[in-house]
Design a protein around this ligand. Structure first.
Ligand SMILES: [Zn+2]
Ligand SMILES: [Zn+2]
Length: 101
């Protein structure tokens, strides 16, 4: 094999490698293969279900909490957490919450 064809071969191998890398599907969102859990790419919080992780990543992660306890400063991203908090910490108050936005 002469030098030129060797060089061409190297280049075509490289092109091949690059294009196959680009065409490959995006990695499945940070699944931890040893635990089988899905990790949020931003905060690394882990979920057993991919949907839950994606919902967290899209709607919760890095966003300020939306719901607040009307009786103290507690804030949460989930209504259920605030309700649970009010029931346990403010048992004599109505179980309600404040929407921050
Ligand atoms: Zn996150
Ligand atoms: Zn409270």
């Amino acid at each position: 094999m002469d030098f030129l064809s060797l060089q061409l071969r190297i280049y075509s191998d490289k092109d091949c490698e690059v294009s196959s890398r680009n065409s490959r599907k995006a990695p499945d969102y940070s699944i931890n293969l040893s635990t089988g859990r899905f990790h949020c790419p931003a905060c690394n919080w882990s979920y057993t279900r991919r949907d839950s992780m994606l919902a967290h990543y899209r709607y919760e992660c890095g966003k300020p909490p939306r719901f607040k306890c009307p009786y103290c400063q507690l804030c949460s991203k989930k209504t259920s957490n605030v309700y649970q908090h009010v029931r346990s910490v403010h048992p004599n108050e109505a179980v309600t919450l404040v929407k921050l936005y």
